[in-house]
Design a protein around this ligand. Structure first.
Ligand SMILES: Cc1cc2nc3c(=O)[nH]c(=O)nc-3n(C[C@H](O)[C@H](O)[C@H](O)COP(=O)(O)OP(=O)(O)OC[C@H]3O[C@@H](n4cnc5c(N)ncnc54)[C@H](O)[C@@H]3O)c2cc1C
Length: 401
């Protein structure tokens, strides 16, 4: 039987794109994924696959692989400038920052790619520069000048999606949280253990070093700032900004500064939410961070991306008209997104104190391991604060409906 809207183009090969491709291919669609980078982008720290996201991973048959790719992190320590532990939150504890399914972003991207590459056409090193919609098709122009015709187009190309810009202009709002974050991989040092180590420096700066399962270490550096558009700068300009911000922060800052120059995939961005009043325009739409990034502060970005992909593919499989599928999907997904996007009060300012006094509040008070204040911070940053409230979304069994 011929499927309506057989040929689907997806833009972006990270989490949302390949998950959507997985399910669409399973339902019999012809799927092409175009990725701007020359190869999969495998950088970043840990991602959390939880709640509904975990349930979908199970349905995809990849849950075991996700668990097997565990980073091995045994918990989180708050450390001071001398690397002395002020507070510790073991993985098994009730307020743990580390979850059971702790996986590196790159490992998850690789798993999704491995499970789709035989049924989906991947094209790397290209991106969409023009979209011309007809009654029954979408004509797409790519960065190399090629044009191609598809039945539908879904952009899953992240928080800075240029495809979203082509489709919706400035209508979707990019809400900056006041926090910049850089993630990059560094060589393992003797101070690196199986614990994640969190260091708070004056000037609203936080460094978070986490173990990985690749023999390296994952570094994150975040700082509060007004919106400076740093994400639009060249890689060398970004590195200069980061080194300037790190200067004088203490602890293991020399190492973090030194490694920035050597690193080819420093992911540096203003942490922003995307609020888009419309997710679809004719035969094209947006999903994942491109449509509804909740920020890593919620710990739910990956789960939203996976859930959105599952639901959209499912609705497309059971509706002949794309408009009906898009509507049904949005009815399910929007309330969930709105719930997840609510940041708890105090995020991200609470965990990024400006002054020495603020730092000592985080560190000295953290000396009392049971401190509710520190528990609160660690919960906020791991998104655990949301866990009890945000997992509720129905996942229909589309295969049997
Ligand atoms: C390199 C990198 C590192 C990250 N590190 C972390 C981290 O450490 N912690 C964390 O919580 N989140 C991190 N994130 C964000 C996290 O992956 C997402 O929040 C979440 O998983 C949702 O994924 P997504 O597929 O919607 O978007 P993203 O993961 O942002 O993926 C978007 C994909 O689209 C590609 N792309 C961008 N523009 C275009 C275009 N015009 N055409 C085609 N392809 C395009 C990108 O290269 C990328 O592969 C990172 C993202 C990236 C890209």
């Amino acid at each position: 039987m011929k499927i309506a809207n057989q040929n689907i183009l997806i833009s972006g090969a990270s989490i949302a794109g390949p998950t959507l491709a997985f399910w669409l291919a399973k339902y019999g669609f012809n799927v092409t994924v175009v990725e701007r980078s020359k190869a999969l982008r495998l950088g970043g720290q840990n991602l959390d696959v939880r709640d509904a996201g975990r349930a979908i991973a199970q349905m995809m048959g990849i849950e075991k692989e996700i668990l097997a790719a565990n980073t091995g992190e045994i918990g989180l320590q708050f450390v001071n400038k001398d690397n002395e532990v002020e507070a510790a939150f073991p993985r098994e504890g009730t307020n743990s920052f580390t979850s059971e399914a702790e996986i590196l972003r790159g490992d998850l991207v690789n798993i999704l790619y491995k499970h789709t590459k035989d049924n989906v056409k991947y094209v790397f090193g290209k991106y969409i520069t023009g979209i011309n919609q007809q009654e029954d098709s979408v004509n797409v122009t790519f960065s190399d000048g090629e044009t191609q015709v598809f039945d539908l187009l879904i952009a899953a190309d992240g928080v800075r999606s240029t495809t979203r810009q082509i489709l919706f202009g400035d209508e979707p709002k990019v809400k900056f949280t006041g926090l910049y974050n850089a993630w990059y991989t560094i060589p393992k040092a003797t101070t690196d253990t199986k614990w994640a180590r969190w260091y708070t420096a004056v000037g609203s700066r936080v460094m978070l070093i986490r173990p990985d399962n690749h023999g390296t270490t994952r570094a994150s550096f975040s700082f509060l700032s007004e919106d400076k558009g740093y994400q639009n700068l060249s890689s060398s300009e970004q590195k200069a900004i980061l080194k300037g911000k790190l200067l004088g922060a203490g602890w293991e800052v020399d190492r973090l500064m030194e490694e920035i120059d050597k690193n080819e995939d420093v992911y540096f961005d203003g942490i922003s939410q995307i609020h888009a009043p419309k997710w679809f325009n004719g035969r094209a739409g947006i999903i994942g961070d491109a449509a509804y990034c909740p920020t890593p502060l919620t710990g739910m970005g990956t789960t939203l991306a996976i859930v959105g992909a599952y639901l959209l593919a499912g609705e497309l499989s059971r509706h002949d008209k794309h408009e009906d599928a898009f509507k049904a999907y949005e009815e399910r997904m929007r309330p969930f997104v709105e719930k997840v996007q609510q940041l708890p009060p105090g995020v991200p300012w609470l965990a990024h104190p400006k002054t020495k006094l603020g730092v000592s509040l985080v560190n000295t008070v953290a000396g009392i391991v049971a401190s509710n204040f520190v528990k609160k911070i660690s919960k906020l940053f791991s998104g655990k604060e949301k866990e009890s409230t945000a997992h509720g979304i129905e996942l229909p069994d589309f295969k049997n409906s």
